[in-house]
Design a protein around this ligand. Structure first.
Ligand code: HEC
Ligand SMILES: [Cu+2]
Length: 363
């Protein structure tokens, strides 16, 4: 098979770049553990038997100390343990380093299902389609309790927590259908929080993007378009324009910028910062401004917050663009009197009733 020496029957398929490396490390640790268990327990049993009380053995010249032996039995395990540490650390760093140009997919975990959103707006529930051979980066957040995205065949797992974004990456190497599990006991139906990861070859992927991905009647807005629509609906532009103004700081080029806070601290604006600024703006206040930003926690869903962040990334300095209605496929304004959940439903037309009815706003 060419998958390294540790492809045991009881291990899941190896379907990502990381899988063979992971199994080699796992197999080595298991083998070392077995070797030491056998050696140590054999000696314990052997000596216990040999020097059992009452047996006739030569007990003169008892050795009480042997420096060379002590050094060996401390030195050898020390070297082995440090070696395993270095090897594991290398693997860990590799697997936790996110690809720069990977396919970014947004994941919402909730009791008890997985919701996936592709950048082009395609939505999936408990099913994720990805192309083979391309790094995939998941940006994940939970809507309720702590979950864990677990992809056994990819040898990938990471926590999905409420209130904070986490990331997970993998590069599938084999087309096929694989498991999606929740790796965290998250409530009564935890064991049913399962799904399917479907890795497609290039041709199938192109077809899926063409048809299946957009199998819904209305073409869904992509992340940026959906974000633009929320920006319009919530009238963020009333305060945030192309330049800093007395009402609010500009959000142009916000991602990655170092922001000074009113308490003297500073933060680099990342996804978590943007989320906090929208959901709980009064946790921290940007230096030079008052706490006049409305609190949107409870009024926007996690997906909407992600969409806003994607839209904010695209903002440019030309203020004109701010108020222009650059949302193509929806009539902005008609949503003005509807509730947020209605807006979520109409702007994210990808139609999965289960998802809509179970979606709760971000807090
Ligand atoms: C009433 C005016 C007002 C509205 C409307 C408003 N904001 Fe703000 N916003 C502010 C002010 C003032 C600050 C700076 C003070 C603070 O950090 O709370 C701010 C800060 C922010 C920040 C952090 C910016 C930084 O430079 O650190 C983000 C992100 C943000 N707002 C996003 C939004 C989004 C998205 C909307 C629409 C959903 C919105 N705001 C609507 C007034 C507003
Ligand atoms: Cu779960």
């Amino acid at each position: 098979m060419g998958w390294g020496p540790f492809q045991f029957q009881f291990m899941p398929d190896q379907a990502s770049e990381h899988a063979a490396r992971y199994d080699l490390l796992f197999g080595t640790i298991t083998l070392l553990t077995l070797i030491f268990t056998v050696v140590v327990s054999t000696m314990v049993i052997f000596f216990a038997y040999r020097y059992k009380r009452g047996t006739k053995r030569d007990r003169r010249n008892i050795v009480t100390h042997n420096t060379a032996m002590e050094l060996v039995w401390m030195g050898v395990p020390l070297v082995l343990a440090l070696g395993i540490f270095a090897w594991s650390a290398k693997n860990f760093i590799d697997v936790r380093t996110m690809p720069k140009d990977g396919l970014e997919i947004f994941v919402i975990g909730k009791q008890w299902m997985w919701h996936f959103q592709h950048p082009d707006g395609t939505r999936e529930n408990n099913e994720l389609h990805v192309p083979v051979g391309r790094p995939v980066k998941l940006t994940m957040i939970s809507q309720d309790v702590i979950h864990a995205m677990y992809l056994p065949e990819m040898r990938a797992q990471y926590h999905v927590v409420p209130g904070r974004y986490t990331e997970l990456q993998f590069t599938p190497t084999k087309p096929g259908k694989y498991k999606i599990l929740c790796g965290m006991h998250c409530g009564t139906q935890h064991s049913e929080m399962v799904g399917q990861l479907i890795v497609l070859n290039d041709r199938e992927w192109a077809q899926w993007l063409e048809k299946d991905g957009n199998r819904f009647k209305d073409t869904p807005l992509n992340m940026v378009e959906a974000g633009a629509q929320i920006w319009q609906d919530k009238a963020c532009f009333n305060c945030h324009t192309g330049v800093d103004n007395p009402r609010a700081p500009t959000l142009v080029g916000l991602m990655g910028k170092t922001r000074k806070m009113s308490d003297g601290s500073s933060v680099v604006a990342d996804r978590d910062y943007v989320r906090e600024s929208i959901v709980m703006p009064h946790n921290r206040t940007t230096a030079g401004y008052k706490q006049t930003m409305p609190i949107y926690g409870g009024h926007l869903t996690e997906i909407q917050v992600l969409q806003l962040a994607e839209y904010i990334k695209t903002l440019t300095a030309s203020t004109g663009e701010y108020q222009r209605t650059d949302v193509k496929r929806n009539e902005v304004g008609s949503n003005a009197n509807k509730s947020n959940v209605d807006i979520a439903n109409t702007s994210e037309s990808a139609g999965n009733a289960q998802f809509r009815s179970s979606e709760v706003p971000a807090r």
